[in-house]
Ligand binder design. Structure first.
Ligand code: HEM
Length: 157
């Protein structure tokens, strides 16, 4: 089978095109989420809902396009051997937190934006859950940047 090396990135690090694209999109999405939180503060709830849901769905796309394939190819094989290397550990921690953030975000969107869940599955302390999600997202974003540095910046210096 013909082997196609991954396309080189555009940020001048050792990253692939997909990783650089993901980094830029994630930074834009993180900014959009914070702007979306401010919309809620100004009681523009419809615009807030549209903004946060769009980011969540776009992120699902980025996970499917870049992060899950990369995780499967680079991190998963190391799991059976025990991680024991910063390269794998930082990505594993990031993937665990990222999965939690994405699932919690989807749950919030379904619970807040639709009536499909039974009453006992909807939450009462909306603001608390949404703030927790935003804080978790920022932590995941930082751990993603950490993964990028461990994979594509530190080894190339
Ligand atoms: C809230 C959700 C998430 C955010 C904000 C996020 C953010 C980021 C960022 C900023 C990067 C650095 C750019 C890059 O190297 O591609 C990254 C990389 C990565 N993420 Fe995530 N991520 C999230 C969810 C996930 C999930 C659910 C997984 C598990 C499959 C995951 C696995 C990875 C992997 C393996 C990389 C390295 C990809 C590569 O460079 O080839 N991430 N993430």
């Amino acid at each position: 089978m013909l082997y196609m090396p991954p396309m080189k990135g555009f940020l001048g690090t050792g990253a692939t095109f997909g990783a650089d694209l993901n980094l830029v999109v994630q930074l834009i999405m993180g900014t959009a989420l914070i702007a979306g939180a401010r919309l809620a503060k100004h009681k523009r709830y419809k615009a807030h809902g549209i903004c946060q849901t769009t980011v969540l769905l776009l992120n699902l796309f980025m996970i499917g396009l870049v992060m899950w394939p990369s995780f499967r190819q680079q991190v998963k094989p190391a799991l059976s051997k025990g991680l024991h290397k910063w390269y794998y550990e930082v990505a594993m921690l990031h993937a665990l937190l990222g999965t939690t953030a994405e699932l919690l975000g989807l749950y919030i969107v379904i619970a807040a934006g639709t009536n499909v869940l039974p009453r006992w599955l909807r939450f009462r302390h909306w603001k608390w859950w949404m703030r927790t999600e935003l804080v978790l997202w920022v932590i995941v974003l930082l751990s993603g940047i950490g993964t990028y540095c461990a994979w594509y910046v530190a080894p190339f210096q």
